[in-house]
Design a protein around this ligand. Structure first.
Ligand SMILES: Nc1ncnc2c1ncn2[C@@H]1O[C@H](COP(=O)(O)OP(=O)(O)OP(=O)(O)O)[C@@H](O)[C@H]1O
Ligand SMILES: [Mg+2]
Length: 376
């Protein structure tokens, strides 16, 4: 709505809607017309039958072959036969309708099964070492997103994924979460192929803060509780505190019972982070966790995340250099390929893609000007 209004595109959108609605009306009219035609033909044939019986029996009566009472008998017999036929027809129509809806319904259910039911191995306490071996991946729509990726994510360490927009960073997280399966190559967690893992148990070991986090319709409390359904109120408040959200929630008129979808972008992102703190998983994936936060919140969240990172496997994606310089290892991606890896200092010395990104982000920070005022 806001985009339409700000670009003054009400008329254009109105016309698009009109076309869609007209198409819908036309389609419905067509269905109705066809229905009525068939109904008409059916009734016509039925009535013709009655007329034929009357003519036939009248002829027979006139010829003294049957009595007048037999006319009534024949008509009643005909009706008794045609009524169940009509009924059968109606049932047939309904069964047809049901088939059409059922087809779409089962398509959804079965589609789910394809990726879902691949493994049975249950994880109880994942150590958290991931390994990707020669992984190639294409999205279902044909976009080739990863080429021959070979990397290792060590347990208890922080791994950063760096690259320009569209390089394939989020795609790697999608694969590690088993939302998709690679075309070729293998992904291992603690030495066992991801295929072998039971999805639910694998994902319960992983905490995910995404670029775009979904906030469900409902209260703030319910939305945070999403991280752990059996959490107590105290646990929820503790998680909100760690995500530096508690004070802002207390200022709302309904506090934890407020509508979560009305929160600001940064507050919604912190709900996602609070979910993570509540879930408390051994493996953590962060995809731009502080993208829509103000400077103060970013610093606070960074401190909270630094605390939770201890002894956990963390994969972080960030466009802000400050979030990645501390990582134990940095992987640099370019157009779906892994081009560099190493620590921040080494990568800067290499003068490659990482250096380019680093220099650009340093320039965009306007460091010279900032340095002048830092000491003030
Ligand atoms: N669900 C999808 N279906 C099809 N193609 C996709 C899908 N998601 C991403 N892609 C494509 O895959 C490529 C890699 O996308 P990806 O989201 O991994 O990039 P990214 O490195 O996370 O970028 P950004 O920094 O902008 O988040 C892009 O070319 C993108 O268009
Ligand atoms: Mg991304």
């Amino acid at each position: 709505m806001t985009v339409i209004k700000s670009f003054v595109r009400e008329e254009v959108e109105e016309k698009k809607q009109l076309v869609i609605q007209q198409q819908l009306t036309d389609d419905q009219l067509y269905t109705r017309r066809t229905n009525f035609t068939y109904d008409g033909v059916k009734t016509f044939i039925e009535q013709i039958g009655v007329v034929l019986i009357i003519i036939l029996t009248a002829y027979l009566v006139l010829n003294h072959q049957i009595s007048i009472g037999a006319i009534m008998l024949h008509i009643m017999l005909f009706n008794n036969v045609s009524a169940p036929i009509r009924q059968l027809h109606r049932i047939y129509d309904e069964v047809n309708d049901a088939f059409i809806y059922a087809e779409a319904y089962f398509q959804i259910i079965e589609d789910d099964d394809e990726i879902e039911q691949t493994g049975t191995h249950a994880v109880t306490e994942a150590e958290g070492t991931f390994e990707m071996r020669q992984v190639n991946f294409t999205y279902p729509n044909g976009t080739k997103a990863l080429h021959d990726i070979h990397l290792k994510i060590e347990r208890g360490k922080t791994t950063a994924l760096v690259g320009l927009s569209g390089a394939g960073k989020s795609t790697i997280l999608n694969l590690l979460n088993k939302f998709y399966e690679p075309d070729s190559g293998a992904i291992l967690l603690d030495g066992i192929n991801l295929k072998e893992y039971e999805n639910a148990s694998l994902r319960s070991e992983i905490g995910l803060v995404l670029q775009k986090n979904h906030i469900f319709k409902g209260t703030i409390e319910d939305n945070i509780r999403y991280g752990k359904t059996e959490a107590t109120n105290e646990e929820i408040i503790a998680a909100a505190r760690k995500a530096y959200l508690h004070d802002q929630i207390m200022e709302l008129p309904m506090q934890y019972q407020s509508d979560a979808q009305l929160l600001s972008g940064g507050q919604q992102q912190r709900i996602a982070i609070a979910r993570l703190f509540l879930k408390d998983p051994p493996i953590i994936f962060l995809d731009e966790p502080t993208a829509s936060l103000d400077a103060i919140a970013t610093e606070q969240i960074k401190n909270s995340l630094d605390a939770i990172k201890q002894n956990r496997t963390v994969v972080i994606i960030s466009h802000s250099i400050s979030q990645i310089v501390d990582a134990d290892i940095i992987y640099v991606l370019k157009q779906g390929r892994l081009v560099e890896s190493g620590k921040h200092e080494d990568l800067v010395k290499q003068e490659g893609v990482y250096r380019e990104i680093f220099d650009a982000s340093a320039r965009s920070l306007n460091l010279a000007r900032i340095a002048q005022t830092l000491g003030v």
